[in-house]
Design a protein. Structure first.
Length: 318
């Protein structure tokens, strides 16, 4: 009997030591991962993709899913995210498509409040792409959404020192919820982007996922806590988006007409005055690095006022 007890105790000790060594090895491997070690493969497709937030089109079966670690910045620096995120990327001759599943065990813990474009996701679960299309490791495009499918977009320059949130381009995004969590489907036209030319190119990529119920801020490529919120804009830390086949250059002209009307009435004299103003803005992308803007009768009615934001965190608001 004593021999059996000793044998069982010894087996348990050996198991605990082995498990500890494997855990330590796994933690070491996680802590040594850098953005450049993470590669997302872009697959080409000729099948149609309907952007409805469901990822059930046959084209998505051709994509290679990425479901390895996302890395926390908060609350535990570099720890694996507590909730799984799966990513797939496709392209055809006009669009690059991103499909993601943000896994969540409890549907009631998925939180969103914002429905308008370019709103603030400070209180929402959120998913954001950062794409460095020139692979210069300093500049990028940002595309984000929340579980309602609200859209935000911006141009990031000089590693986040300049952020143009007033930039709006044409792109498509839908979300849905199912038993897995919430699902994202994005389609970004190549015409809406500037990018380096070539038959086969790589872009830089990072992804932010914010999970409000657990107060997690996680990234595809690890961002050290010491860099703060704006550390996510450092292109030198991005992962790799590989195998992109950008379409050849074509005529890229944007025309935005506008029309404003008004009517005034003077009570004392019963005088009336009708007003009609029209104009247009034209943007011509001559090269990926050179754009011409022409405006006639600028519509100042579209100028936006700054939105008041209350910041209770230790990070600056951009």
């Amino acid at each position: 009997m004593n021999f059996k007890i000793r044998f069982i105790v010894l087996a348990i000790l050996l198991y605990a030591i082995t498990l500890g060594q494997l855990t330590a090895q796994t933690n070491d491997e996680i802590s040594s991962v850098q953005g450049a070690d993470i590669a997302i493969q872009v697959m080409s497709t000729t099948k149609p993709v309907k952007v409805d937030g469901r990822l059930d089109d046959p084209a998505w079966d051709e994509a290679i899913p990425y479901h390895d670690y996302f890395f926390q910045q908060e609350p535990q620096d570099r720890a694996p995210s507590g909730s799984k995120t799966q990513l797939r990327v496709l392209q055809d001759g006009e669009y690059i498509y991103f499909g993601a599943v943000c896994y969540e065990d409890n549907q009631e813990q998925i939180y969103a409040t914002v429905k308008r474009r370019d709103g603030s996701f400070l209180a929402d679960d959120a998913f954001e792409l950062l794409i460095d299309t020139f692979d210069d490791k300093r500049n990028s495009y940002a595309f984000g959404t929340n579980p309602f499918g609200a859209k935000i977009d911006a141009i990031i320059s000089d590693e986040g020192n300049h952020i143009n949130k007033s930039w709006d381009c044409i792109w498509h995004c839908k979300t849905s919820r199912d038993s897995r969590g919430w699902v994202i489907e994005m389609a970004i036209p190549f015409k809406s982007l500037k990018y380096k030319r070539g038959e086969l190119v790589d872009w830089g990529l990072n992804i932010t996922r914010e999970i409000k119920h657990s107060k997690e801020i996680t990234y595809l490529a690890p961002i050290p806590r010491g860099l703060g919120h704006n550390g996510k804009f450092k292109g030198s830390l991005f992962a790799r988006l590989k195998g992109i086949k950008p379409p050849p250059a074509s005529l890229n002209v944007e025309v935005q007409p506008h029309l404003t009307t008004g009517r005034s009435w003077l009570y004392e004299t019963d005088e009336q005055d009708n007003k009609l103003d029209a104009g247009f803005d034209v943007r011509y992308h001559a090269t990926p690095q050179l754009t011409f803007d022409v405006t006639y009768q600028t519509d100042f009615a579209q100028a936006e006022a700054d939105e008041e934001v209350v910041n209770l965190t230790r990070f600056n608001i951009n």
